[in-house]
Design a protein around this ligand. Structure first.
Ligand code: G6P
Length: 612
C-alpha cells in the first residue's frame, strides 16, 4: 500500500526520494509524487501511474533541494488521478503533506474548511490534513504547534511526513496506527514507511512509537507525544543486508524468495532447536508460561489475514493433533466483530509485515478482552510485534513480492515450534513428538530437494497455462494447503481457482467440473490416499484433467488416475504442508509467467494492507 519517504541533509534530496520510492514500489501503488523545497516555493511533481513518470518529468532538470518528501499512493478515497496523488499542499502553498492511512472524519473536516472558504483540489481524505494545518498556520506561524493541533482533530490512521516552506531545515513526521521509521545517518536523516527504502543508506533506525511526532533535522531528531511531552528515542540496528532486498540475478522477487525458503526455514528453526544433537527441546526465545497459565489454558485462537491465515489453517490440524487443545482460526477482519470468547485462551496473531490493519485491530481486541497474545511476525519492531505480549520472529529476511512464499514457510515452522514448546511444558510429549522434532530438523534439506526440481514443475505448468478454471482439492492438512495454492494462483495469474475439501465437491461444486477444468489434487496424508483417489476418479469421469502433488510414500497408484504427478520427499504427515506448498508456489509462478502477468506486482493487490 501507500509508501512514504523523506529526506533532510547536506545532499540533494531528489535521488533518495526517487530511489526510496522505487524500493517501496513492491507495496503496491497507482500514482506517485514528490515535494521539494526550493528557494522560492515548494515544488510538487506528482503523476498517476509509475514512478518512472515522475522521473520523466524531472528529466534532465537540475532539481536540487536539501529537503523533500515523496509518496506512492494506492487509491482508497478518489480515483488514481494526478490531482489525487500526494503530496497535497495547503491553500497558502507553504505546507506539503504525504499521508498513509485513512482519515475517517475527513468529510466533516472538509465541510468545516470549505465553509471557511478553503478550496480543495482533490477527492482524497488526505488533503484535509494539509488544508487544516494550513488554516491554523494563517494565525500561528509555529508549524509544529499547528501540526499538533491538527492531529488532535484527526480520526483514523495516519503516518504523515510534512515540509513547510518557512522551515527549510525541518521535516515533521507523525505516526498513529500506520508505520513510520526515521533512518539515522551522519549529517542527514531519512524517513520511510518501510525498511527496504532505507537499506542502501543506513541500518540505524528509530521506529516511531504509537501516537508520536518527531522533528527531524539533518543532525538530529526530537520525539514527542501528541501533548508535546518529550519521549525517549530508541534506535535499532536493522540486520537485513542491502542485497536481501535486491533481485540478485532472478527475474522476479517471487522466484528469488521461493528459492530462499530452505535457508529461511533453517534460520527460523536453528536458534530454537538444536539441529545436530539428539536434543529435542525447544528454546522459544524468552517466551515463558507460568504453571498457573498452562493449567487454565483451554483454547488457542489463531487470527490472521491472507496467506498468514492459511498458515493458521494448517496449524490448527497440527496443534490439535499434538496438543489435543481446541484451536479456533479466524480471519482478522471477522474476529473483532463476532464478540469472540477468549477466556483461558492463547491468541496467536500471524503476520509477515506486522502492520496489517485488520490483524492489528484483532490483536487489540483480544488484549482488550483479557487474552494473552503471542505474535508470529517477520518485521522487527513492527506494530503487531510491539503490541503483543510476546513475539516469535520469523527470520525470512525482507519479503518483497506481493505473493508471499518464504514468509508463509517460516510462519508455519514457527507455529510448529510454538506447539512443540507447549507440548513439552504440558508434559504431552509422546513418541510422535520425537519423530516430528527430527523431521522438522530435516525440513531445510527436503525443501532444498524440491527447489532443485523446479524445472519439472515448469514443464508441467506449460501444459496447463491456458486453463481458466482450476480446482485444488485435498483432505485434512492437504485441504489447508490447497487454500494457499489456490490463492497463489489467483493472486498472480488471475486464473479463477477454488480450494475445496475433496470430500465436499460432490455436495454441489462438482457441477462445475468439465473438460475445461484442471484439478490439482494433494495426497500427502497416508491414511487418506485411497479416499483422494476416489475423489479424483469422480472429477476425471466428468472430464477434468488431474495433476497430483503427492508424498513419495503416497504416490503409488496415483499415476493411473492422473495426467501428472509431482512427488515430494517423505516426511511426517503432520509436516507435509511445509513441502507440498512449494510445488504449488512454483506452479502459480510459472502459470503467471506463461500468461505474461506482472508477477511481483499483481494488479489491485498490496503487500502490506494498512487499511481495514
Ligand atoms: C496482503 C498480502 C498477502 C498477505 C496478507 C497478510 O493481502 O498480499 O500476501 O498474506 O496481506 O499480510 P501480513 O503482512 O499480515 O502477513
Amino acid at each position: 500500500m501507500c509508501g512514504i519517504v523523506g529526506y533532510v541533509g547536506a545532499k540533494n534530496a531528489v535521488p533518495f526520494l526517487l530511489q526510496g520510492l522505487s524500493k517501496l514500489e513492491y507495496r503496491g501503488y497507482d500514482s506517485a509524487g514528490i515535494a521539494v523545497r526550493t528557494n522560492d516555493s515548494i515544488e510538487i511533481i506528482k503523476k498517476r501511474g509509475s514512478i518512472q513518470n515522475i522521473k520523466d518529468i524531472i528529466g534532465a532538470r537540475e532539481l536540487n533541494s536539501r529537503i523533500g518528501i515523496g509518496h506512492t499512493r494506492w487509491a482508497t478515497h478518489g480515483n488514481p488521478t494526478d490531482e489525487n496523488s500526494h503530496p497535497h499542499v495547503s491553500s497558502c502553498g507553504r505546507i506539503a503533506v504525504v499521508h498513509n492511512g485513512i482519515i475517517e472524519n475527513y468529510i466533516e473536516l472538509k465541510e468545516k474548511l470549505t465553509e471557511l472558504d478553503i478550496k480543495f483540489n482533490s477527492e482524497t481524505d488526505s488533503e484535509v490534513v494539509a488544508q487544516y494545518i494550513g488554516y491554523l498556520y494563517k494565525t500561528n506561524k509555529n508549524i509544529f504547534e499547528c501540526i499538533l493541533e491538527t492531529v488532535k482533530v484527526l480520526q483514523g490512521s495516519f503516518a504523515l511526513c510534512i515540509i513547510c516552506q518557512d522551515c527549510p531545515e525541518k521535516l515533521i513526521v507523525v505516526k498513529k496506527d500506520s508505520p513510520l521509521i526515521i533512518g539515522v545517518s551522519e549529517g542527514e536523516n531519512y524517513v520511510a514507511s518501510d525498511v527496504p527504502a532505507l537499506l542502501s543508506y543506513t541500518n540505524k533506525v528509530c521506529r516511531l512509537p504509537e501516537k508520536s511526532v518527531a522533528i527531524v533535522t539533518a543532525d538530529e531528531f526530537k520525539l514527542y507525544d501528541f501533548d508535546k511531552n518529550v519521549i525517549e528515542k530508541k534506535l535499532d540496528l536493522v540486520n537485513w543486508s542491502v542485497d536481501s532486498a535486491e533481485k540478485s540475478g532472478y527475474e522476479h522477487f517471487m522466484m528469488k524468495e521461493i528459492m530462499e525458503q530452505a535457508t529461511a526455514v533453517k534460520s527460523t528453526i536453528s536458534p530454537r532447536i538444536n539441529l545436530d544433537l539428539n536434543n529435542n527441546l525447544v528454546k522459544l526465545d524468552n517466551i515463558t508460561f507460568s504453571e498457573e497459565y498452562l493449567k487454565n489454558l483451554e483454547k488457542i485462537c489463531i487470527v490472521a489475514c491472507g496467506s498468514a491465515y492459511h498458515v493458521g489453517c494448517v496449524a490448527k490440524y497440527f496443534i490439535e493433533e499434538i496438543l489435543r487443545i481446541p484451536v479456533e482460526i479466524d480471519l482478522a477482519s471477522e474476529f473483532r466483530y463476532r464478540n469472540p470468547i477468549v477466556k483461558n485462551s492463547l491468541v496467536v496473531v500471524i503476520s509477515q509485515s506486522g502492520e496489517t490493519a485488520d490483524s492489528l485491530a484483532a490483536l487489540r481486541e483480544a488484549k482488550k478482552l483479557g487474552a494473552r497474545v503471542i505474535s508470529i511476525v517477520n518485521v522487527f519492531g513492527s506494530s503487531i510485534a510491539t503490541e503483543s505480549d510476546d513475539v516469535l520472529y520469523t527470520y525470512a529476511g525482507p519479503e518483497i513480492a506481493v505473493a508471499t512464499t518464504k514468509a508463509y514457510s517460516t510462519q508455519l515452522v514457527s507455529a510448529y515450534l510454538l506447539t512443540l514448546k507447549l507440548c513439552e511444558l504440558l508434559q504431552k510429549r509422546t513418541l510422535n513428538y520425537d519423530k516430528i522434532m527430527q523431521d522438522i530438523k530435516k525440513l531445510p534439506e527436503k525443501i532444498e530437494k524440491i527447489l532443485e526440481n523446479k524445472n519439472s514443475i515448469h514443464d508441467i505448468a506449460k501444459k496447463y497455462y491456458n486453463y481458466e478454471k482450476v480446482f485444488f482439492i485435498g483432505r485434512n492438512i492437504d485441504y489447508a494447503v490447497c487454500m494457499e495454492g489456490s490463492l497463489k494462483l489467483k493472486e498472480i495469474s488471475y486464473v479463477h481457482s477454488e480450494a475445496y475439501a475433496a470430500g465436499e465437491l460432490k455436495h454441489g461444486t462438482i457441477s462445475l467440473i468439465d473438460d475445461n477444468t484442471l484439478v490439482i489434487a494433494l495426497a500427502t496424508q497416508t491414511k487418506l490416499v485411497d479416499k483422494m483417489i476416489s475423489n479424483v476418479r469422480e472429477v476425471r469421469a466428468r472430464g477434468a484433467r488431474v495433476l497430483f502433488v503427492a508424498s513419495e510414500n503416497c504416490q503409488e497408484k496415483l499415476h493411473e488416475v492422473a495426467e501428472d504427478v509431482i512427488v515430494i520427499p517423505e516426511i511426517s504427515d503432520l509436516l507435509s504442508a511445509s513441502l507440498s506448498v512449494i510445488p504449488l508456489q512454483f506452479f502459480a509462478y510459472y502459470i503467471a509467467l506463461y500468461r505474461g502477468c506482472n508477477i511481483d506486482k499483481p494488479k489491485n493487490l498490496a503487500k502490506s494492507v494498512t487499511v481495514e
